[in-house]
Design a protein around this ligand. Structure first.
Ligand code: GA4
Length: 324
């Protein structure tokens, strides 16, 4: 990426540097090795739709190696990277997000978890990156399942794999993305924050995010305030997605989040999005209704995903499926 020229910078949205208060102690912390993990997870999903996970079993060396290879990939010449684009729906993307004019100070790789990414276009020097990505995707799916099982246990619903079986399914429509937010020294000088990835909720069931130690990630609280999430390269951050909000009949909240580009240091994040099979009906689980009405009209993941790709990033996609 190049520095911002006047005309380029006009395409992006800024946030003035009246930075939101950082309540690092507000972010729920879950130690996966502790017996109370399931109850803390449920509370965090109800209050924030978001929590941080430690003692997850993924060695820091594995994460750092993959991060190193990802940085190497993003340092390739733009022309080379663009051989794998545009990301419709999968591949390399730069600044443009989705299909409806959303832009951000970000370049990324968007991958499906069902197929091997077509890295042959990038040649031998990306072999290591490809192999590490494959192992990592499997580790992410396993961690997602462990967390989803803890959610079911915490909610006291049976069977324990009621959520995780959707992500474990051979047909599971899960995705993976690697986001690179390049440093932008001009911003640091102007005291402004550029939108790296605009506010949105994730449409899938669950998202697992890990980043380097550069800040930028923010979540929105129920009252609309934004809080900055202190980065921690050794931990994972978990988001409740729209589909899980529906399956729990609104008990768990799909968290609105965004990334502000840090002017000084590049940020690199990797996110696994655990999704159901395309044919899966997404509806509140009867065991969580307890005589209550469903808050949502029923839909399949295929229908929801299609409407997602027709929407803008910040849209309230679930609004269309709410029963009034
Ligand atoms: C947000 C979550 C995932 O990153 C993603 C994104 C997708 C994309 O980048 O193509 C979308 C976005 C995400 C929601 C609204 C639409 C689709 C960009 C966009 C404007 C891969 C996904 O599944 O939905």
């Amino acid at each position: 990426m190049v520095l911002l020229s006047k005309s380029t910078s006009e395409q992006f949205s800024y946030v003035r540097n009246n930075m939101p208060t950082t309540f690092s102690s507000t972010i729920p912390l879950v130690d996966l090795s502790k017996p109370d993990a399931k109850n803390l997870i449920v509370k965090a999903c109800e209050d924030f739709g978001f929590f941080k996970v430690i003692n997850h079993g993924i060695p820091i060396e594995a994460m750092s190696q993959l991060e190193f290879e990802a940085f190497k990939f993003f340092s390739l010449p733009l022309k080379e990277k663009e051989k794998g684009g545009p990301p419709n729906p999968f591949g390399y993307g730069n600044k443009n997000i989705g299909l409806n004019r959303d832009v951000g100070w970000v370049e990324y790789l968007l991958l499906t978890t069902n197929e091997e990414p077509n890295f042959s276009i990038y040649g031998k020097h990306t072999d290591k990156f490809r192999c590490l990505l494959n192992d990592y995707k499997i580790a992410m799916r396993n961690m997602a399942c462990e967390i989803l099982d803890l959610m079911a246990e915490g909610l006291k619903i049976q069977p324990k794999n009621v959520f995780s079986k959707l992500v474990m399914d051979k047909q599971s429509d899960s995705a993976f993305r690697v986001n690179h937010y390049p440093a932008c020294p001009e911003l640091a000088l102007n005291g402004e924050n550029l939108i790296g990835f605009g506010e949105h909720t994730d449409p899938q069931i669950i998202s697992l995010l890990r980043s380097n130690n550069t800040s930028g990630f923010q979540i929105s609280l129920r009252d609309g305030r934004w809080i900055s999430v202190p980065p921690d390269h050794s931990s994972f951050f978990i988001n409740v997605g729209d589909s899980l909000q529906v399956m729990t009949n609104g008990r768990f909240k799909s968290v609105r989040h965004r990334v502000l580009a840090n002017g000084i240091n590049p940020r690199l994040s990797m996110i696994y999005f655990g999704g159901p099979p395309l044919s899966e009906k997404i509806a509140p689980l009867p065991s969580l209704m307890k005589g209550k009405e469903s808050l949502y009209k029923e839909f399949t993941w295929f229908e929801y995903k299609n409407s997602t790709y027709g929407s803008r990033l910040a849209d309230n996609r679930l609004g269309h499926y709410e029963r009034i």
